[in-house]
Write a protein of this length. Structure first.
Length: 497
């Protein structure tokens, strides 16, 4: 190994010492720079953290102010008794949002060196959750919690109770009946042919057409009265119904038993005095009955059991009957449909005149749709019994019908009213009600079976009733001997010849 001179070694040693000094200075500078950088970064982080905390604090205060305003608004609405579902839902949403914001605000206090998320990221998730809860609560509030609540749900389905239905303050039993009425289908969604057959219908065709026929026949009675007597109404004796005389009514088709079948008290050869215009005018029974006389030589005008339904004894008689015909009759036809209503109306009216012809005095006559209208009243008794469980006041309805029927039958004892037609129409109305009344709403299978059994029984009774009475009317030698004491049910005849 070669050796350097001493001077060179000293120079080299000095040089090494200088380099070490410079390295130490450089390391010291770098360490101070790192400390400064770390210190600066830490202070910036604290400033940002402080700013975000202040921002969250301001958001919290804003939400609290909104919450206070909402609570004040709710208190005012409570005082006015006008709370709605939207107020409950909005209040719940505001409370949920406030809770999430407070939880987010507590997070930085656990670790001050963690970097905080932005306010938008903190509020985004609670806002989405609140919107979802809002939709769920609106869905719950639209559900009828009286009937649709599941057994495993809490009472309000996780939300404030919705507003109760707008019913009056009724007892629970009446509320159930109101709900049952609401659940009954209207029937207007049925096919057209079913609506025509069994109802409901919007236009009561039979009621209006029959009314027009009655008006036309009443006008024709006045015209015929003018032709035969020279006067439009009967004045001597005066007709209290403001209409034509007895003879004109018989000539135009009133129910008069001697014109329907032969009776011993008034044979065909009888000459009737005071026939039309004056006491000196005479006519035979065949001329009085009109319609071309008797084709077989004996009375056989059976149409007089149907035609008198559309005739009236005068203007007063017509107006009184139209009060029921256009009120009760129109409503029933809309509910039952035209075929069923027409069957009820005509069957009641026809059998009323059959009973009247069989039991009344032979020299009395009667007209009018009162028998058919009593059939509608009889049907209403069945209708009340069928719908007993859903009517708000069934006992009251039944008592009203009973009182009206009793009063009408008592009035039938007065002169000029045919109570036999009323009783006959009422009886057939009850049987026809059993036959044509709609099925009870929400009927059980057992109730449906009983209903069909009653319908079959009613049909059999109706057939037997018509066959037996009509046969008895034409086969008995003198119809007045069938039930002599029954005359006291309608003891005062319409009039006498």
């Amino acid at each position: 190994m070669s050796q350097l001179p001493a001077s060179d070694q000293s120079i080299k040693k000095v040089s090494n010492d200088q380099q070490q000094d410079e390295l130490e200075k450089l390391d010291l500078f770098e360490s101070s720079t790192q400390v400064t950088f770390v210190t600066t970064t830490h202070s910036e982080t604290q400033e940002k953290q402080h700013e975000q905390v202040q921002h969250l604090t301001s958001v919290e205060s804003t939400v609290e102010q909104v919450d206070i305003k909402e609570k004040q608004k709710e208190e005012e609405e409570f005082q006015k008794l006008e709370l709605t579902d939207s107020v409950h839902v909005h209040s719940s949403t505001t409370t949920t949002t406030t809770t999430h914001v407070l939880e987010a605000h507590d997070m930085p206090q656990r670790n001050g060196f963690q970097k905080l998320a932005s306010t938008e990221s903190l509020l985004a998730e609670p806002q989405e959750q609140s919107n979802e809860q809002d939709n769920n609560q609106r869905h719950v509030s639209q559900t009828d919690y009286y009937h649709d609540r599941k057994p495993d749900d809490n009472y309000y389905g996780g939300a404030h109770p919705p507003t109760a239905p707008n019913y009056p303050l009724l007892e629970p039993r009446l509320l159930e009946k109101q709900q049952a009425y609401a659940d009954i289908p209207s029937g207007y969604n049925r096919p057209l042919y079913l609506r025509i057959l069994i109802g409901p219908v919007r236009v009561p065709t039979f009621s209006y057409i029959s009314m027009l026929i009655m008006i036309a026949l009443l006008i024709f009675e006045f015209v015929r009265m003018k032709q035969l007597t020279g006067s439009v109404i009967e004045t001597s004796p005066f007709n209290p119904m403001i209409g034509p005389s007895f003879q004109v009514l018989v000539n135009e088709g009133a129910r008069f038993t001697p014109c329907i079948r032969s009776v011993p008290s008034l044979p065909t050869s009888t000459v009737i005095s005071s026939c039309y215009a004056s006491p000196t005018d005479t006519c035979t029974l065949e001329e009085l009955c009109g319609f071309g006389g008797f084709s077989s030589g004996t009375p056989n005008q059976s149409f007089r059991l149907v035609l008198p339904i559309f005739m009236h004894a005068g203007i007063i008689h017509f107006l009184v009957n139209m009060l029921t015909h256009l009120r009760l009759g129109v409503d029933l036809e809309k509910a039952l449909g035209t075929p069923r209503y027409a069957l009820l109306y005509m069957a009641s009216g026809i059998w009323g005149f059959v009973l009247s012809a069989m039991l009344s005095q032979n020299l009395s006559a009667s007209t009018g749709c009162s028998g058919a209208l009593f059939g509608l009243i009889g049907y209403m008794f069945i209708d009340v019994l069928v719908n007993w469980k859903i009517l708000p006041h069934p006992v009251r309805n039944l008592m009203n019908l009973l009182m009206s029927t009793v009063i009408s039958l008592v009035l039938g004892l007065l002169p000029g009213l045919d109570n036999f037609a009323h009783i006959g129409g009422f009886t057939v109305g009850i049987l026809m009600g059993m036959l044509v009344a709609p099925m009870r709403p929400m009927a059980t299978p057992r109730v449906k079976i009983i209903t069909w059994i009653l319908r079959v029984v009613a049909l059999v009774l109706l057939i037997v009733l018509f066959v037996v009475t009509i046969r008895e009317l034409y086969s008995v030698y003198d119809p007045s001997t069938i039930c002599p004491n029954c005359k006291y049910l309608s003891c005062l005849p319409f009039t006498k010849i």
